[in-house]
Design a binder for this molecule. Sequence first.
Ligand code: SF4
Length: 459
Amino acid sequence: MLLKHTPSEIKERKALTINPAKTCQPIGAMYAALGVHGCLPHSHGSQGCYAYHRSTLSRHYKEPVMAATSAFTEGASVFGGQANLVQAIDNIFKVYEPDVIAVHTTCLSETIGDDIPQIVSKADADGKIPEGKHVFHCNTPSYVGSHVTGFSNMTKAMVDYYSEKNGHQSNAINLIPSFVEPADMVEIKRLASDLGVETIMFPDTSKVLDTPLTGKYKMFPEGGVTIDQLKETGSSSGTIALGELGAGAAARALDAKCKVPCQVLNLPIGLNDTDIFIDTLRRMAGVNVPDTINLERGQLVDAISDYQQYLYGKRVALVGDPDQLLALTRFLVSLDMKPVYIVTGTPAGKKFKAALRDSVVDVTDEVHIKVPGDMFTLHQWIKQRPVDLIIGNTYCKYIARDEDIPLVRHGFPILDRMGHSYFSTFGYRGALRLLEKILEALLDRKDRDSSDIDFELVL
Ligand code: SF4
């Protein structure tokens, strides 16, 4: 009983979070920055923050995550971090030779009030930024928002700094993902490529955080959107943002800045939201859906109908990031499952909560939603009335163990299993994978709990 002190009785808490269902803003900013080719993320704050951000990403992706820090000590905390950042920019370009430095702030530098554009201008005026190299930034005060907010801020900064109209409208469609796996980015690009649509994805962490072991270390891997591609996004014919919280701000900024029309969709998890993504892309680009994609869709529908009896009515607790939660909830409802407890630590607003409630209205009227909430609350709900399945990140394993409930790992961070970097849960194929994982968990439990008489060979 690792969480034996969690009482089932719920008392209203306003000023205390226990077992948060989020991580801090700069982690998302660092992850987004890694999706720019040749970019070294830079954490403007103390070394402790940067070590935490890097190690969290490294533990999830099982890749060495490179970043730099302004290494604040007491002096910078009192007098501001200008000298540290100017020196850091100089050192980084001389020693590591990135194409780009992406600066994000931390709680400390935000509290001091460091003006990053002014400091970067000073570094430029002092000749610390070599010709053809770039420095951009976003603000990530971690006492508001979460890693999703940080991801969104850094992605929007790419638009604010680089997107421009070049006078010639291209046929390309911009694809902006929320905080999702490199495998999910690969799947989105594959679907677009199968449709024959030219795309620019930003940020793009594929071939950055899912690289092969070659025996040779590459500080800046092959992947990531280039600055030239970011500039071209302003001349694309449209933008699809996947996930309101993680990608919506960048898409709207691009529309406002360069008049590139945008559609903000749910993440393409499950049948319905993948249908909407494919249909939107098809209409925007004026193309037809090829048979290969129709085949994948048909296989998913077939698998759902084959196993529907094991999914029907199953009560599920979900914890994760808002964009993931909304799409997951809609998928589970389409499987006739009942998402009854839903928690995110990311402040996501009333519209998000209303969208979640709308999604479950046909399958259950006992849904509990907490936005922002914590995993302590989720555990208390489960203690009051159990569920058949938990879907969430690695931290859920404590609740799953104590309450003896099957767990499907999904979201960020996953620290104790592999596969998330390589096997997407997006698109029809991704939905098949997710379905497989859910059924595996439920049917393993059914086998374990069946009496000898009910123990079936064929399910
Ligand atoms: S919450 Fe603030 S102080 Fe803590 S690691 Fe994140 S940026 Fe640093």
